[in-house]
Design a protein around this ligand. Structure first.
Ligand code: GDP
Length: 317
């Protein structure tokens, strides 16, 4: 039986990944911070181990004990905006601890004398200010915020450990959304705001930069790409993206439209204090390699992602 070790189980992707792996018959173990509180979407069949990714010594001991076949590193401080408030903590978790987990996975591989597949949740933010669009696996790293900088550190280390013999893979994830997205992300903030307005609980939705564009996909699709990448005989990096970018404005318009509100701009107020010091320019991914080598493709269009999120928020409360 395949045994997988997952970090970041409390997040959107961790829960979808656990569901996916369990459905495949994989035994799933996960690291969970005691301080993280309840994990509402985590399947009961996951074996949780209390610990913190920053406690690299303890994590190494745990990995050596479990000797997983697959390691998925999804743990991260995931807010780009917040990364300006605590750049050091972000570098430690998203950068250093990720790299240390690669070293520990390599130690497992040596101890058990069989391959360990390591999947790093890399991010489109490593391309921050791209000179070309769409970006692919060969695009230069140009992060523009501490989140991207830390992710770029870990991203480079994936290549280093792969050279060393670890089956290390970076999946370069573009934004991916779902009803499990926390409200600190703009998509869920919008869909929840729309539901509140429809229900008469709010009149206005306050947003920042409406012109920012992102390549927005469906989170379970991106998780599917991670698993496919882990199982592919060749360990290599993959851009995971839809290839289409849409603005926050377009997301908001689509969300309101799905709820039957056409004159949506009446309900939106822009607050300049929500604008970021730097905002990624045109992040749009070229996922040709993943589509060709992994047989992967997005299953939901932009409109379908928006609709699923609005529906969930309309039905949720
Ligand atoms: P990110 O791409 O991982 O930073 O995901 P977010 O959902 O946090 O932000 C996506 C884009 O939406 C960024 O360019 C933000 O500047 C923009 N944006 C506009 N208004 C808001 C808002 O109210 N909250 C957030 N989080 N982002 C916003």
């Amino acid at each position: 039986m395949t045994l997988a070790f997952v970090t970041g189980i409390g997040g959107q992707d961790g829960s979808y990944l656990a569901e996916r792996l369990l459905a495949d018959g994989v035994e799933v173990h996960a690291l969970a911070r005691a301080s993280a509180g309840p994990l509402p979407h985590c399947p009961a069949a996951v074996t949780l181990h209390a610990g913190d990714l920053n406690d690299t010594h303890a994590v190494r001991g745990l990995l050596l004990e479990l000797a997983p076949d697959e390691v998925y590193n999804l743990a991260a401080i995931s807010s780009v905006a917040q990364s300006w408030q605590e750049p050091e903590a972000v570098r430690r978790v998203n950068g250093d601890a990720a790299i240390e987990l690669m070293a520990s996975s390599y130690a497992v591989m040596q101890a058990v004398a069989r391959p360990v597949r390591f999947v790093q949740a890399s991010s489109a933010e490593i391309f921050g200010a791209p000179t070309t669009s769409p970006q692919d696996e060969g695009s230069p790293l140009a992060p523009t915020n501490p989140y991207g900088e830390a992710k770029a550190l870990a991203h480079r280390a994936v290549g280093t450990w792969r050279e060393r013999g670890l089956a290390a893979i970076a999946v370069i994830l573009y934004n991916h959304e779902s009803p499990r997205r926390p409200e600190r992300f703009v998509t869920r903030k919008i869909t929840r705001g729309v539901a509140d307005i429809v229900r008469g609980r709010a009149e206005t939705l306050v947003l920042g930069n409406l012109d920012a564009s992102r390549d927005w996909g469906w989170a379970p699709d991106h998780v599917d790409a991670m698993v496919r990448a882990a199982r592919h005989p060749v360990a290599q990096d993959y851009v995971v993206s839809t290839g289409e970018s849409r603005s926050v404005r377009e997301f908001a318009a689509a969300a309101f439209a799905h709820a039957g509100i056409v004159d949506w701009e009446r309900h939106v107020r822009v607050d300049p204090s929500l604008m970021r010091p730097t905002d990624a320019a045109d992040l749009r991914g070229d996922s040709t390699r993943a589509r060709r080598d992994l047989g992967w493709q997005p299953t939901r269009s932009f409109t379908e992602v928006v609709a699923a999120m609005v529906e969930a928020d309309l039905n949720g409360r």
